[in-house]
Design a protein around this ligand. Structure first.
Ligand SMILES: Cc1ncc(COP(=O)(O)O)c(C=O)c1O
Length: 466
């Protein structure tokens, strides 16, 4: 799959990519990587001889970036599946992978292969004036995946961050619904950190000190404790807003599983009711799949929830290594969009394609695909822990390869303490939500096995009892 689209004998590049020396060099590099990577296969504490050198590197990192990173985490550059070696010699079980980015885990041979191909291409970056065949392959691949259940997303703009993909989605919505300028979001949502997206993100701290850039109104998110009440509350809230500001809403922006907000999935009836009202009122629907893409029973969460008919604009990122905004033919942008100088790195695009191949070949998707099987397995293990240690952990929550639990009473300090205990014991997760604060996991979907989940749960048990 990683061969260039224009691999024709009459092109010099075709000759280059089929030169047997490249295959030989790749084989040698891949075997060498495997010799060392395979040693990273279990959680391990730091090597005392490396601790002071590691601390000084972290101190320098804190000075260079103007603040310490959240975890004392600096990799040695080597890993194996969900295991990663840090510069202090410790090995962590990485179940957060850069908040959902490294879907093939660490040091995956297919990522090496794709990166070598990218290194042989003529430029490091691709952009609006400089598309290589990888950009075309990625756009066509994403469009094909998005439309496989009937959505009509004809076009794809690549960009280098989820925030840029979302900014482009808003531009497309405003261009096409001018002069409507308001946005509707769900309570507790997260859209990114740009000046515009800080208005969508339902966290006052993200807006503090920033000028107001957009008019955004919020409606209640779905809550499993009160499905009917929250659904009816959201419908009533939406109708009230539309009546209060007639013709002023360009779009409804939705995360189908609230990610940063605490791993709250909605339901098909809840989303369908809201999307239907929006379409009846000429309001576009944007699905933000930056965190959900590839983690549920289908590549896109809107496919998992069977909302294909409502997908006007869709954004994705993280695991695809390059981000994208997909939209229908009737919604072409009417002005410039973001991420033009750089649409993505050649290696990111080729690696993203390798990730998509691997998710498919590992049969991650389908109602009983590997994503849902592992969710059930992880869920069962966390439920057993919740029963064994009442009051210590609650849950689990989430969907597919997005799973979380609430430690104790869900207080912020308690969650942070638990997160750091897990880290010290060798398991990496991250916080999500507030009231309650949860600990979430985004295990790398292409490589996580039930044995890795067993190990994660044994570490959680140690953290509870320790
Ligand atoms: C749902 C969602 N949207 C947007 C973003 C922003 O993506 P980025 O950090 O790549 O700008 C994130 C990042 O966590 C996200 O989870």
């Amino acid at each position: 799959m990683n061969q260039p689209i224009l691999n024709h004998e009459s092109l010099v590049s075709g000759e280059l990519f089929s030169d047997p020396r490249i295959a030989q060099a790749k084989k040698l590099l891949s075997e060498t990587l495997d010799d060392y990577s395979r040693k990273i296969n279990a959680v391990r504490p730091p090597n005392p001889a490396l601790v002071s050198q590691y601390k000084s590197a972290l101190d320098r990192l804190a000075i260079a970036r103007g603040g310490a990173p959240y975890f004392p985490y600096l990799t040695s550059g080597l890993g194996n599946g969900p295991f990663v070696e840090l510069g202090d010699g410790s090995i962590k079980l990485d179940f957060i992978v850069g908040i959902g980015v490294h879907g093939m885990g660490h040091s995956h041979p297919l990522m090496l292969d794709a990166t070598i191909d990218a290194g042989l291409e003529d430029t490091v970056m691709q952009g609006n004036l400089q598309h290589n065949s990888g950009s075309l392959a990625m756009c066509e691949r994403l469009i094909g995946l998005a439309n496989q259940q009937g959505a009509k997303l004809d076009h794809c703009l690549l960009s280098t961050s989820g925030a840029m993909a979302n900014e482009n989605s808003l531009k497309i919505a405003f261009h096409n619904r001018f002069p409507a300028s308001r946005v509707i979001c769900l309570d507790n949502c997260f859209a990114g950190r740009s000046l515009a997206l800080a208005q969508l993100t339902d966290r006052p701290a993200y807006r503090a000190g920033l000028p107001k850039t957009l008019d955004v109104d919020f409606i209640p998110m779905f809550h499993p404790a009160d499905p009917e009440g929250t659904t009816q509350g959201a419908i009533a809230g939406l109708k009230k807003l539309i009546a209060r500001h007639p013709c002023q809403y360009a779009c409804l922006w939705l995360e189908l599983v609230a990610g940063e907000g605490g791993y709250y999935p909605g339901t098909k009836p809840y989303f369908e009711a809201l999307c239907k009202i929006c379409h009846e009122n000429n309001i576009l629907v944007i699905f933000d799949e930056v965190q959900t893409f590839s983690r549920l029973s289908q590549p896109f969460a809107f496919q998992h929830f069977e909302l294909d008919a409502y997908a006007d604009i869709v954004t994705l990122g993280k695991i695809t290594q390059v981000c994208a905004t997909l939209y229908g033919d009737s919604l072409k942008p009417k002005g410039p969009v973001l991420s033009q100088t750089f649409t993505g790195a050649t290696a990111s695009i080729r690696c993203g394609l390798a990730v998509l191949d691997e998710l498919e070949s590992k049969k991650c998707f389908g109602p009983n695909g590997w994503n849902m099987q592992r969710h059930q397995y992880f869920q069962g293990k966390l439920e057993s822990l919740a029963q064994k240690y009442p009051g210590k952990i609650c849950g689990p929550y989430g969907e597919g390869m997005m799973i979380a639990f609430t430690p104790g009473n869900g207080g912020a300090d308690e969650a942070k303490d638990m997160l750091m205990r897990l880290y010290d014991l060798g398991l990496m997760g991250f916080l999500a939500g507030s009231n309650p604060n949860r600990i979430r996991f985004l295990p790398p979907p292409a490589v996580t096995t039930n044995e890795h989940i067993d190990l994660a749960c044994s570490i959680i048990e140690k953290a509870i009892t320790g």
